[in-house]
Design a protein around this ligand. Structure first.
Ligand code: ADP
Length: 272
């Protein structure tokens, strides 16, 4: 009788625990939904005043552009406004992704085109910091099936990070190759590096490091989270590696090779 009573209690305990877990999961889902909604409203509301601000500034520049007294102020305003637009755009993107509202326009894209498109965005930042850039791209074309804009956005995010988190005059190396049915893009820098135990956290939304490095890099801590989600939406992965602070970093993007490419590509890519 004692044994039966014990078993009955175990069963009720388990049911109560399961019920509590279900309630907790429901509360978490609800707070997740509320967070997504807040993020969507916030980013839209922040974006709205930016377009008229931009237009007014452009107008001011036309009217008053040649005035040496105000020219510098206008340049600063323009730079800060562009920065603001980028931050808000990042917020909008991550909010779209969390709500499942971001759709990809996939087409066959070649990896070196992706890298060159990303460089159009990132080269000014790389040059301004006096970094040296080396491109070691696969000689044969690597075709993947993806959204060219989004894929370039991933690589540009990684290039910008390499530029931001390196001391002046760093080296950035971009390589690409085919491996196991995937196109691989590696971005290696000689910059600040990341402690290996902190690395996984850097891919979480709104998580940032190097705040006490004395380098005023603006950012919301969204770039890596966004880039990884975009890579996953392409059936790919994005991983980071670093041996520690001061030892540089490497970020590796892997994307499935397009079907026809797998059969055509020589080596391991063809066998799988
Ligand atoms: P943000 O640059 O806005 O902080 P990210 O999500 O792009 O956001 O990066 C998160 C954090 O990861 C950064 O704050 C930085 O500490 C670290 N990080 C990213 N890329 C690099 C890199 N190439 N070298 C060193 N640290 C990096």
């Amino acid at each position: 009788v004692v044994a039966i009573a014990g078993t009955t209690r175990d069963v009720t305990d388990r049911q109560a625990a399961e019920q509590a877990l279900r309630e907790q999961a429901a509360r978490l889902a609800e707070s997740d939904r509320a967070k997504d909604e807040f993020l969507a409203t916030l980013s839209h509301e922040l974006r709205n005043p930016l377009a008229p601000l931009r237009n007014s500034l452009a107008l001011l520049r036309r009217v008053d552009g040649a005035n040496p007294k105000t020219e510098r102020i206008q340049v600063i305003m323009e730079r800060q406004l562009n920065h603001m637009v980028r931050l808000v755009d990042d917020l909008l993107e991550i909010s779209r992704i969390s709500r499942g509202a971001l759709s990809l326009r996939k087409e066959p894209v070649e990896v070196s085109t992706i890298v060159h498109n990303a460089l159009e965005t990132s080269e000014p930042l790389i040059q301004a910091a006096g970094h040296r850039l080396a491109l070691e791209l696969a000689a044969a074309p690597l075709w993947v099936e993806g959204d060219p804009v989004r894929l370039a956005q991933i690589v540009a995010n990684l290039l910008n990070n390499a530029a931001k988190y390196s001391h002046e005059g760093g080296h950035i190396t971009v390589r690409s190759w085919a491996e196991d049915g995937h196109a691989v893009v590696s971005l290696r820098d000689t910059g600040l590096g990341i402690e290996p135990e902190a690395l996984p956290r850097m891919f979480e939304m709104f998580s940032r490091g190097h705040r006490d490095s004395g380098r005023p890099q603006g950012g919301l801590g969204i770039g890596l989270a966004l880039s990884r989600r975009l890579a996953q939406m392409h059936g790919g992965t994005l991983e980071g590696y670093s041996e520690g602070l001061g030892k540089g970093s490497e970020f590796v993007l892997r994307l499935p090779l397009a079907q026809h490419e797998r059969h055509a590509a020589p080596g391991p890519a063809a066998s799988g």
